[in-house]
Design a protein around this ligand. Structure first.
Ligand SMILES: Cc1cc2nc3c(=O)[nH]c(=O)nc-3n(C[C@H](O)[C@H](O)[C@H](O)COP(=O)(O)OP(=O)(O)OC[C@H]3O[C@@H](n4cnc5c(N)ncnc54)[C@H](O)[C@@H]3O)c2cc1C
Length: 380
């Protein structure tokens, strides 16, 4: 057992905290209101190595471990969960997927640019009729010899209008079920690939979510990831790591709200004393900090499992399930501690509450995490 962070981890956490406070914080309310994608900030995060945190330096990445990734995600999410989801998708779905399963040529061509932030990536699995039930893919990729022809619709795609590289999951052989699914690299601008209007969302409004349309898009065979039929496994393995990133995002949202609530409770007076002196408020703070610490343990355990090359499907599902629950519940409490001020934008907690909800939905809803967890315990 080792519960302390290394000097290097502490430095990385401090660098992310400093960036979040000096760069993300100033415009965060405005970006949320205007649904503005933080383009310039993404470039700066690329310069800091945040867009390819775990990627091998030979492909332009920072070569850090998953613990570092989680620390960075938590700090960014305390301030701006819209910025952190851009980082999460680029790192754990796109860069990880390419580095782990891509060919050398794919890594040279795409990963080197994604890891530095020169390119942004998107991960395209969900469809209007295939969300939780991802095996029901309607998007097709017909094998034409040296290329595939891709047709279909993907929805809810994060970074949808802002990406250069899209990892697209599609059905090649319906008779083979999930073993007939493939994953492809699709480039922005390929003929027949169209980006639909931006979604108007409850939370993470600064992130860019779109429906994508594929009409006879010609994708070269060298853009397929892995062997024929590997696409569904690719998506599931990649999402399992992605869940660690989203769990860390939820942890950051919860701890950001807690820090604001703690500070406010020491300043705001009611009935002749600071509100933290009322036991009802003090107990809320006690519950918040305890649950957040429990979530942090689960998130760190999942990150550690990944770094140790252990199977992390179980621990990442538990981390995401619990951290997202804590984020939702504790941001509501943070609003409550702020009273009327909690209900307006200037105090930030209402945004954190809105942002928390998505962590229970994307990269597998809480119900899907419970399916993963219960199947694992029932297997033995
Ligand atoms: C802002 C945002 C960003 C997103 N980004 C991406 C992205 O970048 N890439 C991508 O591919 N997708 C993305 N998604 C899609 C997201 O992953 C899906 O919305 C999610 O997986 C749920 O699918 P669904 O919306 O179709 O809901 P459904 O699958 O229709 O589920 C509806 C409800 O039924 C429950 N349910 C379904 N099946 C079961 C079951 N077997 N047992 C118990 N309960 C069940 C669900 O938990 C949920 O509560 C994003 C979504 C949003 C909102």
């Amino acid at each position: 057992m080792e519960f302390s962070l290394t000097e290097e981890h502490l430095m990385i956490r401090d660098a992310a905290r400093d960036f979040a406070q000096t760069e993300l914080f100033p415009g965060v309310i405005e970006r949320d209101e205007k649904q503005e994608f933080p383009k310039e900030l993404v470039r700066k995060m690329g310069d800091l190595g945040f867009m390819g945190i775990m990627v091998d330096p030979k492909y332009g990445g920072s070569g850090m471990d998953t613990i570092s990734y989680v620390l960075i995600m938590e700090e960014l999410s305390k301030i701006d969960a819209s910025a952190s989801v851009i980082v999460s998708v680029n790192n754990s779905l796109v860069c990880y997927g390419l580095e782990k399963y891509g060919t050398e040529a794919q890594k040279e061509k795409y990963l080197t640019k994604l890891a530095t932030g020169e390119f942004v990536g998107a991960f395209c699995l969900s469809e209007p009729e295939a969300g939780s039930d991802a095996t029901s893919q309607k998007t097709t990729a017909i094998d034409m010899g040296d290329h595939y022809i891709v047709n279909g619709t993907k929805n809810w795609i994060t970074n949808g209008g802002r990406s250069d590289v899209y990892l697209v999951i599609a059905q090649t052989d319906r008779e083979k079920g999930h073993r007939g699914i493939n994953a492809f690299i699709v480039e922005k601008g390929m003929p027949g690939f169209d980006i639909g209007p931006k979604e108007n969302k409850l939370g993470i409004r600064g992130s860019d979510t779109h429906t994508l349309q594929f009409n006879d898009v010609k994708v070269p065979k060298e853009n397929r990831i892995g062997e024929d039929g590997f696409g569904f496994k690719f998506a599931m393995k990649t999402l399992s790591g992605g869940r660690i990133g989203i769990a860390a995002q939820a942890l950051g949202i919860a701890s950001g709200a807690y820090e604001l609530a703690l500070k406010y409770s020491k300043e705001r007076k009611a009935f002749g004393t600071e509100i933290c002196n009322h036991q009802a408020i003090a107990f809320k703070l006690a519950d918040m900090v305890t649950e957040i610490e429990a979530a942090r343990m689960l998130v760190m355990k999942a990150a550690w499992d990944k770094d140790q090359d252990n199977n992390y499907d179980f621990s990442s599902a538990m981390a995401k399930l619990y951290a997202s629950k804590v984020a939702m519940e504790q941001t509501v409490e943070a609003v409550q501690i702020h009273g009327g001020n909690g209900f307006v934008k200037e105090y930030h907690v209402e945004r954190l509450m809105r942002d928390a909800k998505i962590t229970q939905i994307y990269e597998g809803t809480s119900e899907i995490q419970k399916i993963v967890i219960s199947r694992t315990v029932l297997k033995d």
